[in-house]
Design a protein around this ligand. Structure first.
Ligand code: ATP
Ligand code: MG
Ligand code: MG
Ligand code: MG
Length: 468
């Protein structure tokens, strides 16, 4: 029988719990650490321990950590394996077990617990990590021709230019194990990276010298959606039981069938499914849509939801209809934060959706017109001034115009756009200087009036200050 994602997660955590790991709940997507924008990996909550800045509370831990990676936003719906929001399963050793255990347990989990045939797996090691190579070949029994040595760019982890660092070893699933071709793990038609084992064994100093750490650590990560793709034998992460129910809910609203959808529509379904998970979890973890930092990530993701919803023919607000499905799935996964704040999540997202729908309605016609004119004149470049007008008058962020442009095979004269922006800022500054002068004048006036016994001007004054 096929494993559900909840069974896959539970099997992982139980496996390591049985090997004396402390099972911990997922931490928030918003890290305690002010230097990190979002939780991008299972190790983030343990960073202080790994960095030697906090004492360990236990020698081993295991988690299923919710993660957000905005650097993969353009891969969403394009590759079969990338999300912005995903769950990373992990086992961690804090100065406890090291390479032999980490490697052998990972293998045991995949081949015995998940029952993936060993000949369908292949592994990578860091190019000079003979120790890991030997463990894989001699202790686990992976044939040498299925172990690939990879460069530092790929298989060496460091949290920064100095500090703890070390080689990695990855485990890949092979979709074509009978192929005569030598393995080439970078080929993502044939292979999918499942599990990454990081061996933190060095300390790097300011000169780049590596000193072996006395206390070596293990940090690992395995994408739940990817394992589910493999074990549930579906074409991509989106068709697993983690995301497909969300896509089905969207398909009902769009009155379309995912199965019979065009390639472009399937991409839109995947974007909507992925991003709705991301924004629901982000809002539940306390992030509000805004123009800066984390808030801007929510805004940007939700705008893409709205746009791809429209590409699916959904003209009206629909997020509120889908969030309950997202919430229910998360709850079954043991992530209850959306469920606990469902009203807040729906209200925040719906308000933002409504706002952006209005923006889109105003700007889309203008952009269509611009594209139409360019097509007539045989140009594929949108003038910086036009992109700027869309930004300034219609509230279209540059990346939105860029995205729509790219879908239609157009580019934007970004350099010219930037110059329009700079010019705009210069004008705004001049206007602000003038406004400050006005406020000052009002303040003087209001003081004079209040001395004369009226309080109404105080309010007027305060409003002006807020707006300036
Ligand atoms: P890839 O090379 O496929 O982009 P990665 O090397 O960037 O993956 P790691 O940083 O090693 O990934 O993260 C550990 C594991 O987390 C990966 O092996 C993978 O299973 C999972 N993972 C990483 N990024 C994503 C993502 N964007 N969506 C889903 N799962 C991911
Ligand atoms: Mg990656
Ligand atoms: Mg990788
Ligand atoms: Mg990796």
């Amino acid at each position: 029988a096929q494993l559900s994602s909840n069974q896959i997660r539970e099997a992982f955590l139980a496996f390591y719990e049985h090997k004396a790991h402390q099972r911990l709940p997922s931490a928030s997507l918003v890290p305690d650490d002010p230097t990190i924008m979002l939780t991008i990996a299972g190790m983030v909550p343990f960073k202080p321990v790994f960095m030697g800045m906090a004492p360990r509370q236990f020698p081993r831990a295991t988690t299923s950590q919710k993660c957000i990676r905005t650097n993969d936003i353009h891969n969403v719906g394009v590759t079969k394996r990338h999300h912005t929001f995903f769950e990373m399963l992990g086992n961690f050793s804090f100065a406890d077990y090291f390479k032999p255990h980490a490697i052998q347990w990972a293998w045991q989990l995949l081949t015995q617990v998940y029952q993936i045939p060993p000949q369908r797996l292949a592994v990578s090691v860091f190019e000079t990590d003979d120790e890991a190579f030997t463990i894989w070949r001699d202790h686990v029994g992976v044939p040498a021709h299925r172990i690939q040595r990879m460069s530092a760019q790929h298989n060496f982890w460091a949290s920064g230019p100095t500090g703890p660092c070390g080689p990695c070893s990855e485990i890949y699933f092979d979709f074509d194990p009978l192929s005569e071709q030598p393995i080439h793990l970078e080929d993502d038609h044939r292979f999918i990276e499942l599990y990454n084992l990081v061996f933190m064994q060095y300390q790097r100093d300011a000169h780049g010298n590596l000193t072996p750490l006395a206390a070596k650590n293990i940090d690992t990560g395995m994408g739940l959606e990817r394992v589910a793709q493999v074990l549930q034998r579906v074409d991509n992460n989106y068709e697993t039981d983690l995301i497909k129910p969300i896509i089905d809910a969207v398909a009902r609203v769009a009155n379309l069938s995912y199965l019979h959808a065009t390639h472009a529509q399937k991409t839109s379904f995947k974007v909507v499914g992925d991003h709705l998970r991301a924004v629901s979890h982000l809002v539940a973890d306390g992030v509000r849509p805004s123009n800066v930092g984390r808030g801007y990530i929510v805004r940007r993701l939700l705008r893409r939801v709205v746009r791809h919803g429209r590409l699916l023919g959904i003209q009206h607000a629909f997020v509120a209809q889908i969030v309950p499905t997202v919430s229910e799935l998360a709850k079954e996964a043991g992530l209850t934060s959306i469920h606990d704040k469902i009203d807040l999540v729906v209200t925040e997202l719906s308000r933002e959706e409504q706002r952006f729908l209005q923006t889109l309605e105003r700007g889309e016609d203008r952009l269509d017109q611009v594209l139409h004119n360019l097509r007539e004149s045989g140009t594929r470049v949108i003038a910086g001034e036009d992109a700027f007008e869309l930004y300034d008058t219609f509230g279209f962020p540059l990346e939105l115009t860029e995205e729509i442009a790219a879908e239609n095979d157009f580019k934007i004269d970004v350099e010219r756009f930037d110059r329009c922006m700079a010019e705009q800022r210069r004008r705004a500054r001049a206007a602000r200087d003038a406004a400050e002068f006005d406020v000052h004048a009002v303040a003087v006036l209001s003081e004079a009036v209040s001395k004369a016994g009226s309080t109404t001007f105080e309010g007027y004054h305060a409003t002006l200050l807020e707006e300036s």
